[in-house]
Write a protein that binds this ligand. Sequence first.
Ligand SMILES: [Ca+2]
Ligand SMILES: [Ca+2]
Ligand SMILES: [Ca+2]
Ligand SMILES: [Ca+2]
Length: 267
Amino acid sequence: MRTLVKNKSGFTLVELLMAMVTGIIVLAGIYAAFNSQQKIHTNESQVVDAEQNVRAAAHFMVREIRLAGMDQTGNAGAGFDIAGPHSIRFTLNFRGDLPVLPGVPPTPDGDVLDEGEDISYRFLAAVDTNADGIADAGATQLTRSVYDYNIVPNDFTDYTLAEDIHAIGFAYAFDDNGDGELDYWAYDSDGDGNLDWDNDTNASLGFTVNFDRIRAVRVWILARTRNPLRGYSSLKNFTVGNKVIKPNDNFKYRLLTHTVKCRNMGL
Ligand SMILES: [Ca+2]
Ligand SMILES: [Ca+2]
Ligand SMILES: [Ca+2]
Ligand SMILES: [Ca+2]
């Protein structure tokens, strides 16, 4: 006859269930800790990526804007062509028509029509259709455009300087009373080749200023993370040139501002 004997060395169903439940709780705890670590890690690496991206772009751009108007010959007419609130175009004269041989320093000629002498920084019109300096799709490329006089028809060659840029802004300083101190930060609001709008008061200057009098450029670049961050809400306001931007989403934003003295202007 079969007898039911309790196996002392085994587990009862209750013990087994308790062990399973305990196991699940422990695993859930480990998962939660891992998940939150993972989340922090993903968020942090995205922020680091965004910062490196925008820093490198700003560094390059600042270095080049500093050279605006550079011209050893003094008669190439180098300087600013566009001094807009969201785009800049400037020239420098540092080389001539002929290809430069390796090891031979370039000899500037009397124009700003050679390779790399006519530079713009901007959002392309297709990605900022209303030209307000804010990427239509939330983020876009900051483009460095080089006007190329060696191709027919002459046109810009565009290079992506940085991705994930939300907004860009520029303002230009000049010394109004000639005492050597910069007095206004302004920009050309109507594209007629004269500064006319005060960036700080957002009102007309009341007079116009030739681009030759620009002595410094201020640059704002507002970058954001490539993807929204889990569990993050953007609450800050950012001043970018002539506007205050208030993102309302889950991206993390990083604003870089640089003031660039244009050493070659006003020589
Ligand atoms: Ca030249
Ligand atoms: Ca836009
Ligand atoms: Ca002054
Ligand atoms: Ca104007």
